[in-house]
Design a protein around this ligand. Structure first.
Ligand code: ATP
Ligand code: MG
Length: 689
């Protein structure tokens, strides 16, 4: 095959090229590499080009471990690399580009490795994975079984228990340290929490269910066996990781286990974009990366931003320049523009929604597709008024981050059936499903679970022999036959259709009027299911990285359809759009009122704003509604007050924006606003300083 240098190499700048070529020379320098650089400087592009170069030099795509922040990011990377290779290697158009079997998230790759090595580490191959809500429920069951809720007063709720547990695991820290540092008000429950966590871990082990953290924990456990670690390390000739600033201690330890000397290890990231410390991510991982190795990692810094116009970059830099600690970076852009980013102050949330909708349509008129525009917000709930407005105006959208539909009871019921069929020992699924039958209460469910536990070797035999309450006998027989058949053999996606058929009468009985809407959700689930080759894979991937919800009731928009992106800032990581609108840029949203005022948390919120702003290529609008109530903590209790513009855009930063205020929409508004309303086009800086 002829090789021609692909386009991806053509426009690399010298630093990017250095990163792409690292380790290629005959000196045998295949040591670790760190690319640390600001937003939009081409880190992800460089990583992709490096993979292309490695494959062109003979690396086997199936022996490259490529870790990204989401499955979507992995898919995009794979496509980008695939296209470049296609072009470089002169494949014919009909030939499929090479597949990268090991491109994905840490958790996704972990799940696959564990499935493969399960038996060697004392895990059943058919383990199932609990999503966050299921894990909380399991925690809640243990909490109740141990009587902790009554024992200590103000014992943390199940969600907090899981959060504490998760932090201990991911930061590889001791429980007492974590409590002292992050949950001082729970310190009195140290002994009980220990007991609870032991019970929770035992329950998971016994039922062969894994929570998210276990995917990393068991992976790490494999790495602690030197023979297994060597075997795993040898499977991957190259390991490359994007967004390294958001990895946690456990993930760093896994990498170190895979590549102890950092050989052929490339990590890429930006400490100024670290936004996952609430999940125990450690920005120190990236800062300490080079010195972990001997000889230390090579460091490449990139300084040109290719994404944003100069005025957008200048405003973003001004925001992050106020951060407390950071690795100094200079970032410049050679994309001049006369358009400054805009700071828009509006009356209230509904004015905000309608302004954004207007603006989006205006841009579309100008030729910018909806897909080239995105609306970002701090938490998933912030987009609700906008979603209504978009729906009212028939503007299609897709929302990233936080999928409500998978959390609804009817979808969970159906998934519960499939999980139970997959793993008979998973008590949560069995408990949920059996009680769908009328006349089958919690006591019967517990009797069933115990019977299945007793016959652990052949749990399904217990199902066959089980005597249901007489009132439920007929329904039980149907359920039993279906479960036995699904357990005996899986046919995908037919399994799901059979479950939905079985479930439909229960759905109608349980939800009456609402049944048709809920059935439509299940049909959407069935459509999603078609994309997966087998049941186990569907369950795993749906749990780890759910596909996105869509505005379209009839399902996921087809590929050629145009739609606006709505995304939490967290889920917008690594992406870029021509036009970006940021909602609710007020104190109480950014920084969130959940950030308790600890410096560390406030700094993370500042980085979030930086991440949001740096997603924009040409147009950036930051919107702040004036009449927006936020909670404020006072000595005599919380009060609700009107929000003010985010503290991260003080006067001297605001001057880098074009500042626009708007006329009140309802001239007869009665409530006296704390912040006076202003005329169209008025400069509002003085009001906000
Ligand atoms: P983030 O920190 O947000 O993840 P990043 O550093 O990963 O950003 P990329 O997404 O790789 O940056 O690149 C940003 C944009 O700049 C992309 O559109 C990319 O194609 C473009 N770009 C990067 N390097 C170059 C270059 N040398 N020449 C032209 N365009 C470039
Ligand atoms: Mg990137």
């Amino acid at each position: 095959k002829k090789m021609s240098p692909p386009q991806v190499f053509a426009d690399l700048n010298p630093q990017q090229r250095e990163a792409v070529e690292h380790g290629r020379t005959s000196e045998g320098s295949q040591g670790p590499l760190l690319v640390i650089a600001g937003a939009g400087s081409g880190k992800t592009k460089t990583l992709a080009a490096r993979v292309v170069r490695l494959v062109m030099d003979g690396a086997d795509p199936n022996r490259i471990l490529l870790l990204t922040f989401s499955r979507r990011a992995a898919g995009e990377m794979e496509q980008r690399v695939g296209r470049a290779l296609h072009q470089a290697l002169g494949y014919s158009a009909t030939q499929a580009p090479p597949r990268f079997a090991w491109a994905g998230t840490f958790h996704g790759v972990g799940a696959r490795l564990l499935r493969e090595y399960a038996e060697r580490i004392g895990l059943a191959r058919n383990f199932t994975i609990l999503d966050r809500a299921d894990a909380e429920d399991l925690m809640g069951m243990q909490r109740q079984a141990l009587g902790l809720a009554e024992k200590a007063d103000r014992f943390p709720l199940k969600a907090s228990c899981l959060a504490i547990y998760s932090r201990v695991i991911n930061s590889e820290a001791r429980l007492d340290t974590v409590l002292q540092q992050f949950y001082p008000w729970c310190f009195g429950c140290l002994a009980e929490l220990k007991q609870l966590f032991r019970a929770y871990a035992e329950a998971k082990q016994q039922q062969q269910v894994l929570d998210y953290d276990d995917l990393l924990l068991y992976w790490m456990h494999m790495m602690s066996d030197p023979a297994l670690a060597a075997e795993l390390g040898a499977r991957f000739d190259h390991v490359l990781i994007d967004e390294y600033q958001d990895t946690n201690r456990l993930q760093a330890a896994i990498l170190k286990g895979l590549k102890p000397r950092g050989e052929n290890l490339t990590v890429v990231g930006d400490d100024a974009q670290a936004i996952y410390s609430f999940r125990a991510a450690e920005v120190r991982n990236i800062l300490d990366f080079p010195a972990q190795f001997d000889p230390p990692a090579r460091i490449v810094a990139l300084e040109q931003n290719y994404r944003s116009t100069q005025p957008i970059l200048e405003a973003s830099n001004a925001v992050i320049a106020l951060a407390k600690h950071r690795h100094e970076k200079r970032l410049w852009s050679d994309k001049p523009s006369s358009e400054k980013p805009r700071l828009i102050v509006l009356q209230d949330e509904s004015a905000q929604a309608s302004w954004v909708a207007d603006e989006v349509l205006k841009r579309r008129e100008e030729g910018l597709k909806l897909m080239q525009q995105a609306v970002l917000f701090r938490t998933a709930a912030h987009s609700a008024p906008l979603e209504l407005e978009l729906t009212r105006r028939n503007i299609p959208f897709r929302k990233y981050g936080g999928l409500k539909f998978l959390e609804s009871t009817h979808v969970k019921d159906v998934l519960g059936m499939l999980r139970w069929a997959q793993n008979p020992r998973g008590r949560l699924a069995a408990f949920r499903v059996s009680q769908l039958l009328p006349g089958f209460g919690p006591a019967s469910a517990r009797r069933l679970l115990d019977a299945m536990d007793e016959q652990a070797a052949d749990a399904w035999a217990a199902l066959r022999d089980f005597k249901p309450p007489p009132a439920a006998a007929a329904d039980w027989a149907l359920l039993r036959e279906l479960m036995l058949s699904l357990a005996a053999q899986s046919e995908w996606p037919a399994d799901l259709e059979r479950v939905i058929d079985w479930y439909q009468p229960h759905l109608e009985r349980l939800y009456e009027d609402q049944a048709p809407v809920r059935l439509a959700d299940l049909e959407q689930l069935a459509r999603i299911a078609q994309a997966y080759g087998e049941r186990e894979r569907f369950l795993t991937e749906l749990t780890l990285d759910p596909p996105n919800a869509s505005s379209d009731e009839s399902g996921v928009p087809s590929l050629d359809e145009d739609y606006l992106i709505l995304s939490t800032i967290h889920s917008s990581k690594g992406q870029e759009w021509n036009a970006v609108y940021l909602l609710n840029a007020v104190d109480g949203c950014i920084p969130s009122d959940m950030a308790t005022g600890q410096t560390e948390e406030i700094e993370e919120e500042r980085r979030l704003l930086y991440v949001a702003m740096t997603r924009a290529k040409q147009h950036l609008a930051i919107v702040a509604p004036q009449r927006y109530y936020v909670r404020q903590q006072r000595r005599d209790g919380d009060v609700h007050v009107y929000a003010t513009l985010t503290r991260f855009i003080p006067g001297k930063v605001a001057r880098l924006f074009e500042q626009v205020g708007a006329a009140p929409r309802a001239p007869l508004a009665q409530a006296a606003p704390v912040v006076p309303t202003v005329d169209v086009g008025a400069k509002v800086r003085s009001l906000w300083d």
